[in-house]
Design a protein around this ligand. Structure first.
Ligand code: ADP
Ligand code: ZN
Length: 613
């Protein structure tokens, strides 16, 4: 397309017609225009930012096929369903197709029946498919999850390296590389390794202000988790766990407690996994206890909470996983449980990594993760600065902002801890030290006869959680350190001595402030904020109508055998339940209602809305 032709396309009209949206989000329009002019782009947007539209809209306009390379088979199916529901011809090619389905697809591709084709990288390079593609007219290559090409990323995939062939084979075709997670090194790799030409980087804000952030101590996790889950009856949530066994155990416990919960991990057979995923998307299952195998490419807008039962090894993973919550822009809660044990687990994994360079990258990333978990400053600021964005003022929607820490002179606490460590000949781990300080006759204490230590029971005045927090801070301040090579026992440092002699004051964050923070969080569970409309424009949602609309959507979804979100998103239904459109024209103004869907569904929905006027 020439520049002049590209400029003349009425993109806003197409956005409305095919997707039912009134306006572009930041960068979308520029990216689309650049693509129509035949140029390359690298698109960085957070999960839920609206990346797919950047190539789906050009696909409608461009002469020729848009090829979307994606490693996520589940995502392909959802996206193709959504596109077809919007009247856009799309298909996918991956290992899930039978050979006769594949043959049919090839014939249809030859007759230019599709605007978009999603293809898995391994399939792209198999069986002469590339040379088949070169016989077709290709309008655009979109490389999704583009960070997979970089060894610096956290999801390196060797088959992505081969994508550099594409630009050589299709030098005149525009390319778009998209990702939700890429620090500077990965970003540079994407452009270089894909051999992009004069490519422009579009970096959107990574801020997701509707997600609340909180870190809770990793003790009594089940009790704490249950309180979180209780706040969201019949709503969707994901609980990420560090092991397959934990996903199974938690799902069992939740089911016993009357919750619609299931587990999901890579050890389950594929048909069970895909069933679980469908049930979750449809809303037949509320909670999925999962390993990181779950969630890649799950386009479900109304996930209300994401809990990390175990800490991930890096902030990229954390942010990507919590990013699956609240994609509808409504308030969603994210909680990370933090304990040393998880740090140790990650350190253990690292020992198996042979490449020492890679190991040190992993270690550095883990350290940043740990700093985040232990932080006493606005957590969102830490996340945003990690993703190279200069963060603004404190966010007001994280646990630290909600209850800023109060400090006290913790020198006495520090002296008690140091003295216990010294008297044990540095043979206490954090958890045993706490037992000693609290005077608890645990098995480990009895085994080693620690009850004879002079400091046994010297710290009874503080709770287990309080000691946990104080010791964490003392370690951060270098007053003691964990020796990972000696069973994680605590060792003294040069600072310990200064503290003992009273030469150095130890400032600690008061446990009470943290506790209040957690209580507040429980209370404020469901503060509903809608971020895209100014307050004075918002009409209240009619809850009965909203329920009825959801019911209607479910019936239609069952009829057409598609997930409910393919019909309309929750956000669209909420807008209907608030604005109560009276006719087709008003119906079309609802975000997410395009021409195609309006023609198909307006009557049923308007009839229902009529009953609630
Ligand atoms: P990503 O791939 O970046 O994670 P998606 O492309 O799935 O995000 O978009 C997230 C949601 O935002 C989808 O429901 C999508 O339809 C919606 N969306 C995208 N662009 C717009 C827009 N301009 N206006 C309103 N909603 C949009
Ligand atoms: Zn904050």
């Amino acid at each position: 397309m020439t520049d002049i032709q590209a400029d003349q396309v009425d993109l806003s009209a197409l956005l409305q017609q095919y997707f039912g949206y009134n306006s572009f989000r930041t960068h979308q329009k520029e990216i689309i225009q650049r693509t129509l002019k035949g140029e390359d782009s690298v698109v960085l947007m957070p999960t839920g930012g609206g990346k797919s539209l950047c190539y789906q809209l050009p696909a409608v306009v461009l002469d020729g096929l848009t090829v979307v390379v994606s490693p996520l088979i589940a995502l392909m199916k959802d996206q193709v369903q959504s596109l077809v529901a919007n009247g856009i011809a799309a298909a996918y090619l991956n290992s899930s197709l039978t050979s006769s389905q594949e043959a049919k697809l090839i014939t249809r591709l030859q007759s230019n029946s599709y605007k978009l084709l999603y293809v898995a990288p391994e399939r792209l390079f198999a069986r002469g498919f590339l040379s088949f593609l070169s016989q077709l007219r290709i309008g655009l290559f979109a490389i999704d999850e583009a960070h997979c090409i970089s060894t610096w990323g956290h999801h390196f995939r060797p088959d992505y390296k081969r994508l550099s062939i594409l630009k050589k084979q299709f030098p005149g075709t525009p390319f778009m590389a998209l990702t939700a997670t890429a620090d500077k090194a990965v970003r540079r790799d994407i452009g270089d390794l894909l051999l992009l030409k004069n490519h422009k980087y579009y970096i959107s804000s990574f801020d997701r202000p509707n997600l609340s952030l909180a870190v809770l101590p990793g003790q009594k996790k089940w009790e704490q988790l249950f309180q979180i889950v209780q706040k969201y009856p019949e709503e969707s949530g994901i609980i990420y766990c560090g092991s397959r066994a934990t996903t199974e155990k938690l799902a069992d416990k939740l089911r016993n407690a009357g919750k619609k919960a299931v587990c999901y991990h890579a050890g389950l057979n594929p048909s069970i996994r895909s069933k679980t995923q469908d049930q979750f998307i449809q809303g037949d299952v509320d909670i999925v206890c999962a390993t990181i195998a779950f969630g890649m490419g799950i386009d479900k807008a109304n996930i209300r909470f994401v809990v990390h039962y175990n800490m991930p090894g890096n902030l990229e993973s954390l942010y990507q996983e919590i990013g699956r919550a609240g994609r509808d822009g409504q308030a969603a809660e994210t909680v990370l449980f933090y304990s040393y044990r998880d740090v140790q687990t990650h350190l253990g994994f690292m020992e198996d990594v042979d490449d020492s360079g890679y190991r040190s990258i992993l270690a550095a990333k883990l350290k940043r993760m740990q700093e985040y978990a232990e932080a006493q400053v606005c957590r969102r600021k830490i996340l945003l600065s990690y993703f190279s964005e200069s963060p603004g003022p404190d966010c007001g929607n994280c646990d630290v902002c909600k209850n800023p820490p109060e400090y006290f002179d913790g020198s006495i606490e520090a002296k008690k801890a140091i003295s216990a460590i010294a008297r044990s000949q540095e043979k206490l781990s954090v958890s045993v030290l706490i037992e000693v300080l609290k005077g608890q006759y645990s098995q480990k204490v009895k085994d080693k006869n620690w009850q004879i230590l002079k400091t046994f029971g010297a710290g009874r005045e503080h709770s287990l959680f309080a000691w946990q927090l104080y010791l964490q801070q003392m370690i951060q301040q270098g007053i003691m350190e964990i020796d990972y090579r000696d069973h994680n026992n605590l060792k003294l440092t040069t600072v310990s001595e200064r503290v003992l002699k009273g030469e150095s004051v130890v400032n600690l964050v008061k446990f009470e402030t943290i506790k209040i923070r957690q209580e507040e969080q429980k209370k404020k569970a469901k503060l509903k904020i809608k971020i895209d409309l100014p307050d004075d424009l918002k009409l209240p949602i009619d809850p009965k109508l909203f329920e009825a609309l959801k019911e209607l959507r479910k019936e239609i979804a069952m009829e057409i055998r598609k997930p409910a979100f393919v019909v309309f998103s929750d956000a669209s239904l909420e807008e209907m339940a608030a604005n109560k459109p009276l006719n087709q024209e008003q119906f079309l103004k609802i975000n997410g209602v395009g021409k195609y869907k309006s023609n198909r569904y307006a009557k049923e929905f308007l009839d229902l809305i009529q009953k609630f006027l």
